[in-house]
Design a protein around this ligand. Structure first.
Ligand SMILES: [Zn+2]
Ligand SMILES: [Zn+2]
Length: 248
């Protein structure tokens, strides 16, 4: 048998396999006929998308300011990042998909969420230039060693490969272990993160995409953005899978 099947034969084999065992949706298990998508059309449409987000912080704009692109809070006190692209709210079923991806090595969930983020990136950057470098939010090496992987690195690598943007996995280092951010308010989170990150090599005015899994108050992304800008980055865009759509 040849090592790899010729392309038309491979396609025919895949078609036959799909007829015998149709791909099933990761969420509702219903069979569907798209062999690339991991979920079916209705489940995809039902996801908790964040509608009408602020360009800068990604939180939903108040209903009365439907023509604005940036919220009042960002106008008053702009965050250090320029743009934030987070398509999904951290709600059912996204929360359990992410928890399984993060803590139980369900990498297929990570691929699904990365694909959804990629679709939004392609749509949002249709009229503007893409960032030049992708960096993931780092874990402390001890936590990464225990978990075996960094979920933000998985997403960053997928996006970099799909968009042909270089991914620099070790450009930012987490130099201090920080207690969990859960249960802390915004000023406490900011204090908790002070001097937690360092950038290894200076930048030269590039636009950086900082990739995170779940964004809550945005304190981690803000702290890393400040470090990236201090190191010479031109601007920072945040790309995250989901966020808790609550203003703090
Ligand atoms: Zn489904
Ligand atoms: Zn905003």
């Amino acid at each position: 048998m040849p090592k790899s099947l010729p392309n038309p034969l491979q396609k025919a084999a895949l078609w036959l396999l799909n007829q015998l065992i149709p791909p099933s949706c990761l969420l509702c298990a219903a069979p569907h006929n798209n062999d690339i998508a991991l979920i079916c059309g209705p489940c995809r449409d039902d996801l908790p998308y964040i509608s009408n987000p602020c360009y800068q912080c990604g939180l939903p704009l108040p209903a009365e300011s439907s023509s604005a692109t940036v919220c009042g809070q960002c106008l008053k006190q702009p965050p250090p990042f320029k743009h934030c692209l987070v398509p999904l709210g951290y709600a059912t079923p996204v929360d359990s998909l992410i928890a399984a991806f993060k803590y139980r090595k369900q990498l297929t969930n990570g691929r699904l969420l990365s694909q959804l983020l990629l679709t939004e990136i392609c749509r949002h950057y249709a009229d503007e230039s893409l960032p030049e470098i992708i960096v993931p939010v780092p874990l402390h090496w001890r936590r990464q060693l225990r978990r075996g992987y960094n979920q933000s690195q998985c997403v960053a690598s997928y996006l970099g490969a799909q968009l042909s943007i270089p991914v620099q996995l070790r450009r930012i280092r987490r130099i201090r272990r920080t207690p969990a951010q859960q249960g802390l308010n915004k000023p406490q989170r900011q204090r908790n993160l002070k001097h937690a990150f360092t950038v290894r090599k200076p930048f030269n005015g590039e636009t950086i995409a900082l990739v995170d899994d779940v964004m809550t108050t945005g304190a981690t992304c803000a702290e890393i953005s400040r470090e990236l800008l201090k190191a010479g980055a031109g601007e920072v865009h945040i790309w995250a899978l989901a966020r808790t759509p609550v203003r703090h």
